[in-house]
Structures are given as structure tokens and as C-alpha cells.
Design a binder for this molecule. Sequence first.
Ligand code: FE2
Ligand code: FE2
Length: 281
Amino acid sequence: MLIEDRERLISALGGVAKIAGMDHEARADALEDYRSAQLDAAVAARLAGAPTVAEIAAKTPTRTYRRGVGNLFLPGRGGSNLVGEPTEKTVRQLVRMPEQPMLADFFKLRFAPGAHLLQSARLAQRNGASEDVVLACLLHDIANFMLKCDHGYWGAQIIEPYVSEKVAFAVRYHQALRFFPDPAVNYEYPETYFLIFGVDYVSPPHIQAAYDYARNHKWYMEARLVTLNDLYAFDENVTVSIDEFEDVIGRNFRQPSEGLGYDNSPVAHMWRALINPDAPL
Ligand SMILES: [Fe+2]
Ligand SMILES: [Fe+2]
């Protein structure tokens, strides 16, 4: 069974004010409902074949890669499947990037098809989100091409010199928020996480602390909206081009004239790693 922390529980029961308004019996019922819903979801996932944390960990020595490796460094066009396994045997040849690469060049030549990011951004746009949120959705998993461990933090860092603080915040904290339901906006724990992390997974203390911090921050909703537009952003039949976001990028992403990777910024080397992941040293 998932161990609910206090915040998650309060949030799932509808917030402090709502709980305060319940009598003892209603509170006990709500708690029972919540616990059984959590348990039902975990049991259903287990019955459907979802592994436990220990079962996932036991598979480590059977792999030729680590689960946190970035998609650009894994075989297969899309890099990996949903649970992070390579889909092909060999890596592909990469096309040379322009001398002064811009964000769209990375989408076309390094992240393609990049459907998850593009669909997520389009969904946010259709849901009437602000340009900050649309851009955050477009970039939220950008780190996954490089390194997936703590991808929200890596992703926020690589874009930080070029976007508003709010966009970097949304990208950084979407990682923690994904584990915590918010019934006020109909956000639930993603079922795919039973597969990816294990049915009995509990977020580590740094993620719980990040959630607590973000939950009380003035930009909470920006980060929350990334998780909301993220969850439903997988559709193999929808093709979205980065060109759709030319205006949003133009207004909200300060592209250096030297090109990303060559502007001497503190993160230029990270962009260069995306430009040439075949560099041996
Ligand atoms: Fe993510
Ligand atoms: Fe995502």
C-alpha cells in the first residue's frame, strides 16, 4: 500500500478547510475512501502485472544501461519506451546541427519526434494556458534527452538563462508534483507510475520537501498545470510541429545570437552535450 504523507492526504480529502468542516464520522469515511481508493489502484496495478520496487531493482544487473540514461544516448529513434527500455539495438547516426543552433533546431535534429513535449504544449495552449505554461510544457522533459534522474532539476537548469523564473520554476517542480494528487484540479497519481516506479513506491524525502515548498509557492499552479497537461499528452496519432510554437518561443525564450551551446553561459556545455552526444570525452 502506498504510504500517504500528511500533505498528500489533506490534499486528497479536499483541503484543510473542507476537512475542518467535516464531523468525525464524515472525516473517518473520507479517510477510509481515500485509503481504499489508493489500495484499489495499487492492487489493480499489481494484478495487471505492475512490478514492486524490489522487482524493478532486481532487474538492474540484467540491463546493459542504467534507467536514468538520456534518450539521446540510448538505441532507438524515440530513445526508449514508456518504462525506459531501449526500443532498438543500435543508436542512430545524428545529423549535424547548424553553427548557431536555436531551440527549434534541437527539436528538429535531436529531440525528434519529441511528440510528448509538443503534444503537451499544444494541449496547454488549447486549454487556454498562459504562454509561460505553454513554454514550460514544451520544455518540461527536455532533460530526458540527456539524463533522466531528477529530470525536473536538470531541465530547469539548462533553460534557466533563457526563460523567465516562473517557467524554470514550473519545469523544476513538475517533477515532484507529479507524485501528489490535487483533487481541486482533478489531478490524480498517474497509473503509469505503478509500472515505472513500482506499485509500492514512496517518493524520497527530497521530493516530498520539494512538493511542500512548491505547494505553498505563488507559482504552484504554473507547475501544477505542467503536470496536468503532461498526463494526457501521449497520443501516437497526433503530429505536432515545433513551428507551431515559433511565436511563443520568440517572445519567451531568449535565444543567444551565438547559438545555444556557444554563448559561454553556465549551461552552454549541457547544450553542447546535446549537439554532440557522440563526443568521447
Ligand atoms: Fe516530467
Ligand atoms: Fe512529461
